[in-house]
Design a protein around this ligand. Structure first.
Ligand code: PBG
Length: 322
């Protein structure tokens, strides 16, 4: 045998020399959940180690994350039922706690790269990402609301908007609106291929945002499909997205690879709540080595082609690899 692949695995030093993929803390975006009020830090039942913070405790959390090297945060609001309505009006109320919280974060930590979520569901009494009429989700009417929400978030100082709603044409619509109001520097990370997935369950617990009827299959993609991701990516590319995202990550590594191979934009992947909770739950039972499972998961997502990973493991990763 003149070819023995094991020679390149013989020691840690050699293994490190030939290592093709390495995840760094700079690749990660940490999702955070914001609630109204003060002094709150409430663990999400289905996501051990992940909390709903009020703005004061969130600022402390961000500070400790910055010390670990995490620089980018995606903040999601959890609204009480009393502030929800069919048109998500609270999403662009300048006095709403989410927008005030975003402002506060940028004021306190101007160096933070702040990402937000553009979608109606946290503010919608129907729990959907669009306006509903006779049981149907209206596309073009929803764009108007997404644009108002986007402007309000840009005005609050957000660096990257994350439209996660899957309405047709939203990236272009939001881009135009932003530019017309002078927000040419605000980026858009489009949820390009967002699938109608069971893996969002724990997130919907965290936000109390589950749909009140039906499901999201008329706007989120069918898990069976991959060709369709190319159509979505084409549109996002044309409409001016700065990043393309695939979500969830683990069950869609082929989609990540496909977009990576076909588009010059940076590819992001969302390692979603259910993917996090599966590892946490089995580790809590002693069935899996949590740190190794986390490292392997994040490495696989990056190996598939995602430069950027949104993950609830960001803080655990940063602590483990400091
Ligand atoms: C809202 C949104 C969802 C997630 C991010 N933005 C849920 C959904 O579409 O129902 C899921 C994130 C996760 O599961 O971690 N549009």
């Amino acid at each position: 045998m003149n070819r023995r692949p094991r020679r390149n695995r013989k020691s840690e030093a050699v293994r490190n020399l030939v290592q093709e993929t390495k995840v760094g803390v700079e690749d990660l975006i940490f999702p955070l959940f914001l609630v109204e009020g003060a002094g709150k830090k409430i663990e999400v039942d289905s996501m051990p180690g992940i909390f709903r913070f009020s703005i004061d405790t969130m600022l402390h959390e961000i500070e400790s994350c910055l010390n670990l090297g995490i620089t980018t945060f995606d903040v999601f609001p959890a609204y009480p039922e009393s502030l929800k309505d069919p048109f998500a009006k609270e999403s662009y109320n300048p006095e709403t706690f989410y927008l005030k919280g975003l402002r506060e974060i940028k004021k306190q930590f101007p160096e933070v790269c702040l990402m937000s979520d553009v979608a109606m569901d946290p503010y919608s009494s129907d729990g959907h990402d669009g306006i509903i009429q006779n049981g149907k989700i209206l596309n073009d009417e929803t764009l108007e609301i997404l644009a108002k929400m986007s402007l309000a978030q840009a005005d609050a100082g957000v660096d990257i908007l994350g439209p996660s709603d899957m309405m047709d044409g939203r990236v272009g619509f939001i881009r135009e609106e932003l530019d017309q109001h002078g927000f040419t520097e605000v980026s858009i990370m489009s949820y390009t291929a967002k699938y109608a997935s069971a893996f969002y369950g724990p997130f919907r617990d965290a936000l109390d945002s589950a749909p009140k009827f039906g499901d999201k299959k008329t706007y989120q993609m069918d898990p069976s499909n991959v060709q369709e991701a190319l159509i979505e990516a084409d549109l996002d590319m044309e409409e001016g997205a700065d990043f393309l995202m695939v979500k969830p990550a683990l069950a869609y590594l082929d989609v990540i690879k496909l977009l990576k191979d076909n588009y010059p934009l940076p590819i992001a992947a969302y390692n979603v709540s259910g993917e996090y909770s599966m590892i946490k739950a089995s580790a809590a039972r002693g069935w899996i080595d949590e740190d190794r499972a986390m490292m392997e998961t994040l490495t696989a997502i990056k190996r598939a082609g995602a430069k950027i990973i949104l993950t609830y493991f960001a803080k655990d990763f940063a602590s483990l690899n400091r």
